[in-house]
Design a protein around this ligand. Structure first.
Ligand SMILES: [Ca+2]
Length: 490
């Protein structure tokens, strides 16, 4: 995404209303980062709240999460990770690896170095088993989990890959909110109407929003990843980029097996450990999964009632306000101060209206006590007024692109309209090296954006706006090839 700036923000502290894992697992779960493949989570690993699928909780309140969706979700053809500077360089686990080929790394054909790793893996597993036993996981569960644990080199490749180009938000939305995604969502909603309505009544989250998340996370269950979660997390815990996170999730996965919610063989999902229809990482499962159908198991792999209720429960715990819309598309006035287009800038709807912010034709502006205005593609693209429920969706996956996809897919499933303004589709996606050049040039010219990392976040946008003001162009903080050429002289 070119907007590569989609920054993933990490929450620095778990606020009271933020969903969080049960206490015992709190520290561990707090190390979740986003499921976004590129997000750098390392430096914040121990302080952030988890999102459902392992995505770092966006801080809708901190620096304004901007961002990119969860690559792993089946819905995304290609992971587009992008991230914010200062967040470290490691890749977060991807929640839904559904789009990746399921890597069945067999021991056949692996080279010598892999074989050596495999032997080391076995030793690591033996050590982890002892640790898990000391933590209270029983012998039968450990034998079921690790009796045939398999090292998956392919997962390490996914974990270490960093796409040079990320997708533009409109490209992501074209896929995430495609006509077929919309029609399939309506069909799924009709097919599960009674369940969805019951869950809506119980949790206060609209059925179309629940279905939209289901659609974005796993294309309505058609593709939630076929990696065995124990193998995936063992491999990542052994040699991944965020071993501490993976090990904590592996412990949570063992707890799930011990509880009897699912058998090891059916505990499947993305290469990064996000599981089932809703792409919950194990710690999120422990904290939010629900046994809606009453069979005694929380089954997000096979029970649609459990899937829907778990998703609704997550959003409810993330602060969903019953009866409120996520937000609305808006028109911004001439001379609008784009420095305000960050999620951490919040005003009441009335205050925004006083600045000239208006609903696009045919839409009503929701009355929010605290709302943000976002313009994900700058002044040349659509703008949106977003409220608490948009922020709740961001808790599921801390990416503005993701949250907008869920919001608009839910609108379309419910029969409401799509985005009216045009995206600046002629803007080419920027590569990480181009963004690094932009960042270096901004620093060199006195617009401090921190260490160049090729990822656009709040700091980069802030520096870019200052530069844009200095040359008399609209300071929207949206990086384009033209701006980079002007700033670098080519
Ligand atoms: Ca159940």
């Amino acid at each position: 995404m070119t907007r590569s700036s989609f920054s993933y923000r990490h929450v620095v502290s778990a606020s009271a209303d933020r969903p969080g894992p049960p206490s015992r697992r709190r520290a561990a779960a707090l190390s979740l980062c986003l499921s976004l493949s590129l997000m750098g989570c390392q430096s914040v690993a121990d302080t952030q709240a988890p999102s459902a699928n392992g995505a770092a909780t966006a801080s809708a309140g901190e620096t304004g999460a901007a961002d990119q969706p969860n690559p792993g979700s089946s819905s995304q053809p290609s992971p587009a990770p992008s991230n914010e500077s200062n967040s470290g360089s490691s890749n977060p686990p991807n929640s839904g690896a559904s789009n990746e080929p399921s890597a069945q790394a067999s021991s056949n054909g692996i080279d010598a170095s892999t074989s050596r790793d495999s032997a080391e893996f076995d030793a690591w597993v033996a050590s982890f088993r002892r640790h898990a036993a000391a933590e209270g996981i029983d012998r039968a569960t450990l034998e079921a989990a690790f009796g045939q644990a398999s090292f998956q080199p392919k997962i390490l490749e996914y974990d270490r890959s960093q796409p040079e180009f990320s997708r533009q938000i409109w490209s992501y939305l074209d896929t995430a909110v495609s006509d077929s995604r919309i029609s399939n969502g309506r069909e799924r909603l009709a097919a599960h109407r009674d369940t969805a309505s019951a869950v809506e009544r119980e949790y206060g989250v609209p059925a179309e929003v629940i279905v939209a998340i289901w659609g974005i996370e796993s294309n309505y269950g058609s593709n939630f990843g076929d990696f065995e979660t124990i193998d995936a997390l063992s491999t990542l815990g052994f040699d991944g980029r965020r071993q501490s996170f993976a090990r904590d999730e592996l412990m949570a996965a063992l707890e799930i097996l011990q509880n009897g919610d699912i058998d090891r063989d059916r505990m499947r999902g993305s290469w990064a450990g996000a599981m089932g229809h809703t792409q919950f990482i194990p710690s999120s499962f422990l904290a939010y999964a629900v046994d809606e159908d009453g069979d005694g198991r929380r089954d997000i792999w096979g029970s649609i009632p459990d899937v829907m209720a778990s998703t609704a429960n997550y959003l409810a715990r993330a602060g969903w306000r019953t009866g409120q819309p996520w937000g609305a598309e808006v028109r911004l006035p001439e001379n609008f101060d784009y420095a305000q287009t960050e999620l951490d800038t919040r005003h009441s709807s009335q205050e925004w209206i006083a600045q000239g912010v208006a609903a696009v034709a045919g839409a009503a502006l929701p009355d929010f006590a605290e709302a943000s205005v976002i313009a994900p593609a700058g002044a040349q693209g659509p703008a949106f007024l977003v409220g608490p429920n948009f922020r709740a969706i961001l808790r599921y996956n801390a990416s503005t692109s993701y949250a907008l996809a869920v919001a608009k897919l839910s609108d379309r499933i419910a029969g409401r309209g799509g985005i009216q303004a045009d995206w600046p589709r002629s803007e080419p996606a920027l590569s990480r090296s181009q963004i690094r050049r932009l960042q270096s040039a901004l620093n060199a010219n006195g617009f401090d954006v921190g260490t160049p990392d090729g990822l656009v976040g709040p700091n980069t946008r802030k520096g870019l706006r200052a530069y844009q003001r200095s040359i008399g162009t609209t300071p929207d903080g949206y990086p384009t090839q033209r701006l980079i050429q002007r700033l670098t002289g080519g």
